[in-house]
Design a protein around this ligand. Structure first.
Ligand code: ZN
Length: 132
């Protein structure tokens, strides 16, 4: 993607930080401003950015529509009971080594029709197991 014109921030640089910009995760305010200026000057990059925002919006909407399952009532109750038991066991000073901690990392990559890929990381699913 490039309009062929010179920009202070090259199109290739914009492509590398596009998702940080879209997700509003750029730490450097000057760099954020430079990307905004680039989008004003460069219609092809602006078009890619608008397309990616549309894809992400569609994806979020699909996830919101399809992932609205309610956990069963008895699961709510079991979690409430186990959390209370865990809290009282910890208060009573039960040794921590009796508990098992597991950490799950889920990574998925979505490729759109233009070959642009988006990787989603879900990193902090921590499960604490004990005998109840
Ligand atoms: Zn550009």
């Amino acid at each position: 993607m490039s309009c062929g014109d010179h920009h202070d921030l090259p199109c290739t640089d914009v492509a590398q930080i596009l998702f940080l910009f879209i997700d509003n995760e750029m730490d450097d305010a000057n760099q954020h401003h430079a990307v905004e200026i680039h989008f004003q000057e460069c219609p092809p990059c602006r078009s890619v950015m608008e397309h990616e925002i549309q894809v992400l919006s569609t994806l979020k909407q699909a996830l919101m529509n399809d992932c609205r399952e309610e956990a069963p009532r008895d699961l709510h109750e079991r979690i409430r009971l186990q959390t209370a038991q865990l809290a009282s066991a910890m208060e009573a000073g039960d040794p921590v080594q009796n508990w098992q901690f597991s950490h799950t990392q889920i990574t998925t990559t979505i490729v759109d029709e233009f070959g642009n890929s988006t990787t989603i990381d879900i990193q902090s699913t921590t499960e604490i197991r004990g005998d109840f």
